[in-house]
Design a protein around this ligand. Structure first.
Ligand SMILES: *Cc1c(COP(=O)(O)O)cnc(C)c1O
Length: 388
């Protein structure tokens, strides 16, 4: 396949083959790992000098991710957080103002609230369902609107086209964390957003074996950030990590299709269940923003949240009866995983964070749907027994 005409490449083709470049790599079916810090140039330069700036192994994944997001260029970082903080630092100036979401990924909220304020940067947090909320939050010194859609606890959405339009009209930059939908199911640049960031530690890697991040934007921004925010802060991805990321990306379309298929069955099961009070999943027609989800996303992932009936403080007990699900904070891997963001929080905390009391979040893995559903049945049965 020839990469000069990227328009004819499907997302599956990009994941499988973009960047293979057999001629360059001695016919190796998988490009090798360039595990070297520097590139010599006594007689000839090959265009590389130092792996903090560029490395051919990183470029394979970068080319795939730029093409998947329909952006000009991508940059790999050592983690999602380093890609995110780089994007924020790129736009921030002393004493400026940022608008973001109340339920934004917690380390991002903490970074804005307790770190950026030492440079006089102030942040307004909005719930984000209505464009009006952004409009009202904007000040003369607002430099950045930072979005994350869907949000990762109860999956509320922001209207990408409307927020991008508002921001453009005021000369404000927009960054979107697109980790939830992956570049397969949502492409924010299409809606006029300036920059997209992802944690590659979730579905992109997909095997719960790497921490990584990526940023996708126009070529000039990426070129500048290669030397400034990535080059100077130095949070570049390691070549071995990048090689594992490329390996993960090859099966991203297959994995996402299976995660989604399983999640739809599990969401339907939970919705019907007599011990479940409420289910959150943007693929369900009763999600309050279902229409918007259909407009700006072409699919959903394997994350589902629900609130079991009864005792809200002790929902975590259900995991003890379960054998398939493990308990842990991350998501997007091959394994079914759960955590309990709503366990043990009071009304006030629930109000402030937008997390319902008793909320359970599950990351539906690649096991058979029947195995997953049986395990949830065991967990729900266990807390019903305790409650009665
Ligand atoms: C995990 C996550 C991040 C942070 O990524 P790391 O790779 O853990 O640094 C950012 N945003 C979202 C939505 C995440 O789930």
């Amino acid at each position: 396949m020839h990469d000069d005409d990227l328009k004819s490449w499907s997302k599956e083709d990009i994941c499988a083959h973009l960047g293979d470049d057999y001629d360059r790599y001695l016919g190796a079916i998988v490009p090798p790992i360039f595990q070297n810090s520097l590139f010599t140039r006594k007689t000839k330069s090959h265009g590389y000098s130092y792996s903090r700036v560029s490395n051919p192994t990183l470029e394979v994944a970068e080319r795939k991710l730029a093409a998947l997001e329909e952006g000009e260029r991508a940059l790999l970082f050592s983690s999602g957080m380093s890609a995110i903080t780089a994007a924020i630092m790129q736009h921030a100036v002393k004493d400026c103002h940022v608008v973001t979401l109340k339920s934004v990924y917690t380390p991002v909220r903490v970074f804005l609230e307790t770190y950026m304020n030492k440079f006089g940067v102030e942040t307004t947090f909005v719930s984000g369902e209505e464009v009006r909320q952004f409009e009202e939050a904007i000040r003369p010194n607002t430099r950045l609107i930072y979005l994350e859609t869907p949000l990762s606890n109860v999956f509320t959405l922001q209207d990408l086209a409307a927020v991008a339009k508002l921001a453009k009209s005021k000369g404000i930059a927009t960054v979107v964390d697109n980790t939830w939908a992956t570049p397969l199911y949502q492409n924010p640049l299409r809606f006029g957003i300036d920059t997209v960031v992802h944690s590659a530690s979730k579905y992109l890697g997909g095997h719960s074996d790497i921490i990584g991040g990526v940023l996708i934007s126009d070529a000039a921004t990426v070129e500048q950030m290669t030397h400034r925010e990535r080059g100077m802060f130095g949070a570049v991805m390691d070549p071995h990590q990048a090689w594992l990321l490329t390996r993960g990306l090859r099966t991203l379309p297959l994995r996402m299709a299976k995660h989604q298929e399983n999640a739809r069955k599990v969401a339907a099961f939970l919705q019907e269940h007599r011990d479940v009070e409420q289910v959150f999943y943007p693929g369900l027609p009763d999600h309050p923003q279902f229409e918007l989800a259909l407009e700006q996303m072409s699919g959903c992932n394997g994350l589902i949240s629900f609130v079991p009936k009864g005792d809200k403080a002790n929902v975590a007990r259900m995991s003890r009866a379960m054998t398939c699900f493990e308990v842990g904070p991350s998501w997007g891997g091959f394994e079914s995983l759960m955590n309990f963001p709503g366990a043990g929080i009071d009304e006030e905390m629930s109000e402030r964070t937008g997390i319902p009391r008793g909320l359970v979040r599950i990351s539906v893995g690649l096991e058979t749907a029947g195995t997953i559903i049986e395990d949830l049945e065991r967990g729900l049965h266990a807390i019903r027994q305790e409650g009665s």
